[in-house]
Write a protein that binds this ligand. Structure first.
Ligand code: ZN
Length: 265
């Protein structure tokens, strides 16, 4: 499943290719046909994201909500002579101008939502470290963490607590902060919570720029498939780069979690 930086990159692509332009929207697969008619030939005002959810605002006050889930995928194609490429697989929604096309396949959610529902979703989702923050987003993060007795390893994965962090960033951010994933949120110090937020903002922003999850300083040139980019993620059984203790793997709420037992006591 993509982490938040991927979704923000897609929203950025949408803005670059389509914002301010009239889009044709249809549903080759047929499952989105009725809704597609409501936004087709309307101008895309902007694309934006909270965590793993993307929103497309159209100039007739319609908002399209998209969540890729595990199987969802985008395909962007530059058109030659305005010719649309053949449909590949089950395309739920196709968006195009005479120059560019984006095909959406297999999303968990692709639906038009009313302003009230959008407001509810915005209220429910936690703050996204990638969105502009006047300080209120950090305060929400602080409240959500310090007000919970759940383990910080669980809280960082909970999209209602903080939106956009997934399994890789969770493990890496906790390692970088030297925090044991089992510590309850309400036992973290204000300084630790501030550092977690600051580091999330920094790492996710790097992810948007480079398109890969970089969590070690100075590793921009590594092959994206190699675990050398990470401190602990998928490094179970290998020595911690700092203290040489073997990185351990455990399962927390059904998801694999990696940490250094010594550095993250
Ligand atoms: Zn260590």
């Amino acid at each position: 499943m993509p982490e938040g930086h991927t979704v923000h990159r897609i929203a950025n692509s949408f803005n670059e290719l389509f914002a301010g332009k009239k889009l044709t929207v249809d549903s080759p697969q047929g499952r989105f046909t009725a809704s597609a008619k409501l936004i087709s030939n309307r101008k895309l005002t902007k694309a934006w994201a909270i965590g793993k959810q993307m929103f497309l605002d159209f100039d007739n006050d319609q908002t399209l909500r998209i969540h890729l889930g595990i199987y969802g995928k985008w395909r962007f194609v530059k058109l030659k002579n305005e010719e649309l490429p053949e449909v590949q697989g089950q395309v739920r929604a196709r968006f195009f101008t005479n120059k560019d096309m984006a095909d959406l396949r297999g999303p968990t959610i692709c639906e038009l939502i009313e302003p009230e529902e959008l407001a509810k979703i915005e209220n429910r989702l936690g703050p996204d470290p990638l969105n502009p923050d006047d300080g209120s987003q950090f305060k929400r993060f602080q409240r959500n963490i310090s007000g919970s007795k759940a383990a910080i390893g669980l809280l960082l994965m909970n999209q209602d607590v903080v939106a956009g962090i997934g399994n890789v960033y969770r493990a890496e951010i906790l390692y970088r902060a030297r925090i044991n994933p089992h510590v309850p949120g309400n036992l973290l110090t204000p300084k630790q919570i501030r550092e977690l937020w600051k580091d999330s903002v920094q790492l996710l922003a790097l992810g948007v720029i480079h398109g890969v999850m970089l969590t070690r300083d100075g590793f921009l040139d590594e092959d994206p498939g190699k675990p050398e980019r990470h401190h602990v993620y998928k490094r179970n059984g290998e020595p911690c780069r700092k203290c040489k203790t073997n990185i351990v793997l455990e399962v927390m709420a059904g998801r694999k979690l990696y940490s250094c037992p010594k550095c993250q006591k």
